[in-house]
Ligand binder design. Structure first.
Ligand code: NDP
Ligand code: ZN
Length: 180
């Protein structure tokens, strides 16, 4: 039998896969959306050496409320308060205009909990890295560069919790400075 932690992680992967089933990433191949939250959780485990199950489960679920019909109550009932709290900290208020949401991510970053900061940092690391190797099909180089700069502004407020994640992000920034 798997450990309770492994069983919970697998339940989150199944839940997120069903919720994101009809969605694709913006890259050329239109990769299934679920690859992204899996990549973020794997980044936390392999690069950030994160072992806290709530953080890894929340990473798998981090885009379900923002990008699917999943409600906070639904997550709470299935995955509990701690996981739901991390997910909600990583969820934009979709009633606000896009530019305001982007501005608020920068403003809110320093005030997030340590767990949510690590998830958000891993999310930005994965998105900025994909801009370098497999960018959205429709984005001009200028738009990629603009997103890269904004991602760095958000991450400025997320540093200082996990030295391994911070060091890896520096390598992504250096690669970005060469490209953009
Ligand atoms: P977003 O900036 O919201 O899209 C970026 C998001 O797409 C990422 O945060 C990521 O979010 C997701 N994503 C999906 N696939 C990839 C991938 N392969 N690589 C990286 N990220 C990926 O774009 P929108 O289309 O919603 O546009 C909104 C904003 O874009 C506006 O506020 C405007 O400022 C700007 N804009 C700029 C233009 C320009 O030419 N400069 C033109 C039009 C808009 P997640 O992790 O949540 O999946
Ligand atoms: Zn994401």
């Amino acid at each position: 039998f798997p450990s309770p932690a492994t069983a919970e992680l697998l339940a989150a992967v199944k839940f997120a896969a069903e919720k994101h089933a009809d969605q694709r990433r913006k890259n050329q191949a239109g990769t299934p959306y679920i690859n992204h939250p899996i990549e973020v959780a794997e980044h936390l485990a392999q690069v950030g050496n994160v072992t806290d199950t709530s953080i890894l489960v929340a990473a798998i679920l981090h885009d379900t409320v923002e990008d699917t019909d999943t409600s906070e109550a639904e997550l709470c009932e299935r995955f509990g308060d701690e996981v739901t709290g991390f997910v909600m900290e990583c969820t934009d208020d979709k009633s606000l205009p896009k530019a305001e949401r982007k501005r608020l991510q920068v403003v809110h970053a320093p005030n997030m909990t340590a767990g949510a900061k690590q998830i958000k940092l891993a999310d930005k690391a994965c998105n900025l890295r994909s801009l370098l190797i497999d960018p959205p099909l429709a984005w001009s180089t200028e738009r990629q560069a603009e997103y890269f700069r904004w991602g760095q502004d958000v991450v400025a407020g997320l540093r200082g919790v996990n030295a391994d994640l911070d060091a890896d992000f520096e390598i992504i920034i250096e690669a970005g400075q060469k490209k953009f």
